[in-house]
Design a protein around this ligand. Structure first.
Ligand code: 13P
Ligand code: SF4
Length: 329
């Protein structure tokens, strides 16, 4: 058997020129009873070949119900971990293990445990963009699709800690009137949007609606016509009678927006300090078609979660899925 080098976090094996990667991925999916799940921030080719494309909540819901033997998570590591926790008997693969998340990195499990100990009587609500170890210290997990409803499912006087995204937490505080204690974390992609550049775009496109993800700073959210998860922004774009949209989130979502709305124009909001027209998550973009091909071929690298951590982390994840199902989300 050939030894496969995954020391870099992905399969480091050459692909011969004659290989038709798209056809081979399709063939291997069938042969191995594998499914490919992709987040909206993946490159377009990956979204096109995936069996399912969605936001963080939909990816978890899909993982929980799919009956494949192998699940390839084309997203970031916490998404793979969540899938593995929900499907412990399936092989969960990720094209590149280095696909982390700056937001998840901003909250270490031991720091959250210490913070909890300093705040007895508080419940912990964690954004899904966290490690399994952080989820193990959590009462309920949320995504940007269900955060508002899950926060509101707690009594108004419940003492709550929300982490790790200070922007999403602040936004939820502002729309619910809650006063949750916020972890001081943020996403390096969403923090980069600039009010000046969005205002410049608004001047050039006065009819355009501004769509923003709640991981953006409050100054950006204040300019938005619609604030929501990737799925909510996509749905809004499809249903809106407006023809132009300035999109303040990772630019991968534009693929699905353009595909669903051929008659509409989508303008990516640029980051503040760049000449580049759009804002990409360097972690999400580590997954490529070549790495996806090798992942399926060698069934590596595999996402694993420590059994003790998984046994604790599944509780708040399942709580989120139950509440979401009741709410029809
Ligand atoms: P969504 O759940 O809205 O897809 O967000 C995931 C994410 O990582 C945003 O940066
Ligand atoms: Fe994490 Fe931000 Fe990338 Fe989303 S866009 S995966 S929050 S680093």
């Amino acid at each position: 058997m050939i030894a496969v080098d995954i020391s870099r976090g992905y399969v480091n094996a050459p692909i011969e020129d004659h290989v038709n990667i798209v056809a081979e991925i399709k063939r291997m999916k069938k042969e191995k009873n594998a499914v490919i799940l992709a987040h909206y921030y993946q490159e377009s080719a990956i979204q096109e070949i995936a069996d399912f494309v969605g936001d963080s909540l939909a990816l978890a819901q899909w993982a929980a119900k799919c009956d494949a033997d192998i699940l390839v998570m084309c997203g970031v590591h916490f998404m793979g971990e969540t899938a593995k926790i929900l499907c412990p008997n399936k092989k969960v693969l990720i094209p590149d293990m280095n696909a982390g998340c700056s937001l998840a990195d901003s909250c270490k499990a031991e720091d959250l445990a210490a913070f909890k100990a300093q705040h007895p009587g508080y419940k912990v609500i964690s954004y899904v963009n966290t490690s399994a170890a952080v989820k193990a210290h959590t009462d309920v997990v949320v995504t940007s699709t269900n955060a508002r409803q899950i926060v509101e499912s707690f009594p108004a006087d419940e003492k709550l800690i929300f982490g790790p995204d200070r922007n999403l937490g602040g936004y939820i505080n502002s729309i619910t009137g809650r006063n949750m204690l916020l972890w001081n974390g943020a996403c390096h992609v969403h923090e980069q949007f600039s009010v000046e550049k969005i205002v410049e775009l608004k001047v050039q496109h006065p009819q355009a609606e501004v769509l923003a993800h709640p991981e953006c700073k409050s100054t950006i959210l204040a300019l938005a016509d619609k604030v929501g998860s990737t799925a909510a922004l996509l749905k809004h774009a499809i249903n809106s009678d407006k023809k132009e949209f300035i999109v303040a989130t990772e630019s991968g979502i534009l693929h699905e927006m353009r595909k669903n709305c051929a008659d509409k124009t989508f303008i990516p909001a640029p980051p503040a300090d760049s000449k580049c027209a759009c804002n990409e998550c360097n972690y999400m973009r580590l997954n490529t078609m070549n790495k996806l091909y090798n992942t399926l071929k060698y069934e590596l690298p595999e996402v694993t979660v420590d059994a003790e951590i998984a046994a604790k982390a599944i509780v708040p994840i399942e709580r989120m899925l139950e509440i979401s199902a009741k709410l029809g989300l």
